[in-house]
Design a protein around this ligand. Structure first.
Ligand code: ADP
Ligand code: MG
Length: 301
């Protein structure tokens, strides 16, 4: 069946059928706006859009994986702030001829992760698109003020640390089948332990994350090439510049670095925060300083 055969309202009813409302949600899908009970925590808001033929193609994409990834990218952003995801709205722009079973798959993927993380799907918008499909998810989250972690607070002398390994999605040509882990628990543990001075997720690539973190913090960085944890099957270039993995990259004051061992997950020290004037550079295993090759993926370039 095509989306156009159900029509906007039929399609919304169809997609919303399997979405359940959770505790913090006073009114979910079905009214003019969703209603959420506010708490004393800080509200986090993040959004991400996936566009046909930019981020995925209709031909070789598994829509359950696509849905999962669309939500996962948002969850990773909430995690990187030290927070917990709570509720999401989903906006779809759809070519009328799109098969409804692709959308069922999409929602199955979104729901799988939403259920696991107790994220409420509280609404969205459904519109027709004359030129290809777009899916946009906006995710709300919350964080207690003292656990908030930002990009802009790294200090000269801090060490640069990461979770996990890098380059797997790039080594697999960014197939939607590769579902990298999301470091929600690790981020919460880091925030709670007060060990990181600043944090960012690595979705645009390791080097790009360093560039963004240093830009926001008005500092520079040295990345030690030989310390970069490379996923099996990937090469150094893919690990440095690939992206689409949801690892955490964070700065830790040297005095706190020993306490990292108390955390029950793998952390690698990959570099150091230096003066802004020294820029962001990569140091190879012979101490040779390289300038960075590119800054990772960028739209409109
Ligand atoms: P309105 O005309 O007031 O914007 P809609 O008819 O667009 O309302 O939506 C009706 C309800 O369905 C709203 O609660 C809205 O949030 C929800 N909704 C619409 N599209 C989607 C979607 N793609 N996924 C989840 N919920 C949706
Ligand atoms: Mg609407």
């Amino acid at each position: 069946m095509k989306a156009s055969q159900l029509g906007e309202f039929g399609l919304i009813d169809h997609l919303a059928k399997n979405l359940k409302k959770g505790k913090g949600t006073v009114v979910g899908i079905g009214d003019d706006a969703a209603v959420i009970q506010l708490t004393t925590k800080l509200l986090l808001i993040t959004t991400d859009a996936l566009v046909q033929d930019v981020h995925f193609t209709l031909k070789n994409t598994n829509f359950a994986d696509l849905g999962y990834k669309a939500l996962a990218a948002n969850v990773s952003d909430i995690a990187a702030m030290g927070g917990r995801p709570t509720a999401a709205v989903i906006t779809l722009a759809l070519p009328p001829g799109l098969a409804v079973n692709k959308l069922d798959d999409l929602y199955r993927g979104i729901n799988r992760l939403a259920k696991k993380l107790k994220v409420d799907l509280v609404g969205g918008d459904t519109v027709a698109s004359p030129n290809g499909m777009m899916i946009s998810i906006t995710l709300l989250g919350e964080v207690v003020p003292k656990n908030l972690l930002r990009r802009s607070t790294a200090k000269v002398g801090d060490l640069i640390c990461v979770t996990g390994k890098f380059g797997l999605p790039a080594a697999n040509k960014f197939s939607a089948r590769i579902l990298p882990p999301i470091r929600l628990k690790e981020a919460a543990a880091l925030a709670k332990a007060k060990l990181a001075s600043a944090m960012i997720d690595s979705s645009d690539g390791l080097v790009r994350s360093v560039v963004e973190l240093t830009k926001a913090s008005r500092v520079g960085a040295r990345l030690w090439e030989e310390r970069v944890p490379i996923a099996s099957g990937a090469n150094l270039g893919q690990a440095l510049y690939g992206g689409e993995e949801y690892e955490l990259l964070f700065a830790v004051p040297k005095a706190r670095i020993k306490s990292l061992k108390k955390l029950k997950f793998g952390i690698s020290v990959v570099g150091e925060i230096v003066n802004r004037g020294a820029g962001v550079k990569i140091v190879d295993n012979r101490g040779k300083i390289k300038t960075i090759r590119s800054k990772g993926f960028e739209h409109f370039k």
